[in-house]
Write a protein of this length. Structure first.
Length: 93
C-alpha cells in the first residue's frame, strides 16, 4: 500500500450577493503556481418558489465552480501540450 502525502493545497473563495430574486456567486481559486482563476455563477428564483437563499447559493456557487473546472481542464491541456511539444486531444469533464 502506498502512503499518500499532501504536497500542495489550493485556496478557494466563494462570495455571494443576493436579493429576493437573484443570487450571484464569485469564485476564486489560487493555485500553487501563482495562477488565479475567477468565475461567476447566477441563480434566479421563480416567483412561485419559496425564498430559500441557501438553494440560490448552492446553484450559483455550483455554476461558478463548474466554470472554474472548465478553466482548470483547459490550463492542464495547455500544459500537457507545452511539455510534450505536440497537440493533444482536449480533456473533457
Amino acid at each position: 500500500m502506498t502512503n499518500l502525502h499532501t504536497a500542495v493545497g489550493w485556496h478557494v473563495e466563494l462570495e455571494f450577493m443576493e436579493d429576493d430574486q437573484h443570487t450571484r456567486a464569485a469564485a476564486l481559486v489560487r493555485l500553487p503556481d501563482g495562477t488565479e482563476l475567477r468565475a461567476h455563477g447566477r441563480a434566479s428564483r421563480h416567483h412561485a418558489d419559496s425564498n430559500q437563499p441557501r438553494v440560490g447559493e448552492e446553484i450559483a456557487g455550483a455554476r461558478a465552480l463548474n466554470e472554474i473546472a472548465m478553466q482548470l481542464l483547459s490550463k492542464a491541456h495547455g500544459e500537457i501540450d507545452a511539455d510534450s511539444g505536440r497537440v493533444s486531444s482536449p480533456i473533457h469533464a
